[in-house]
Design a protein around this ligand. Structure first.
Ligand code: THU
Length: 138
């Protein structure tokens, strides 16, 4: 869990990241702030493309930035959208790989909390590394 101050700071960082979203096609801007266990924050914004399926969600931008910088352990994620929209299924699965116990806050731009809870509750019966046969390499 987070202190009120920690959550406020992550909200501001996600809000600022949302300003940097590149979403000319959907017009739906999303910002994310991911807190590592060591106290670092990685932000992300959605980045769309004229080839629509290439766009990436804010949550995965933040996650991939963090992992590619050597961080794999996370405490919390704050997501900011215009209306409190929830993280998509693909992002839930991507986050599950590293942080099944992640605590997630979903807020709108005014700072109102629309949802908070554990990733476990957003992705029940998730597929994970334990489901892969141990003896079958690529
Ligand atoms: N989007 C996110 O960034 N995160 C989500 O969890 C839901 C959707 C983005 C993707 C796309 O750029 C836009 O919102 C509309 O779907």
């Amino acid at each position: 869990m987070l202190t009120e101050d920690e959550r406020r700071l992550l909200f501001v960082q996600a809000l600022q990241a949302r300003e940097r979203a590149y979403a000319p096609y959907s017009g739906y801007r999303v910002g994310a702030a991911l807190l590592t266990e060591t106290g670092q924050v990685f932000t992300g914004a959605n980045v769309e493309n004229a080839v629509y399926p290439l766009g990436l969600c804010a949550e995965r931008v933040a996650l991939f930035k963090a992992v590619s910088e050597g961080q794999r352990r996370f405490r919390a994620l704050v997501v900011v959208t215009e209306n409190g929209g929830m993280p998509c299924g693909a992002c839930r699965q991507a986050l599950w790989e590293f942080a099944p116990d992640l605590w997630i806050w979903v807020l709108d731009v005014s700072g109102q909390v629309h949802w908070q809870g554990a990733l476990r509750d957003l992705l029940p019966h998730a597929f994970g590394v334990q489901d892969l046969p141990a003896d079958e390499g690529g």
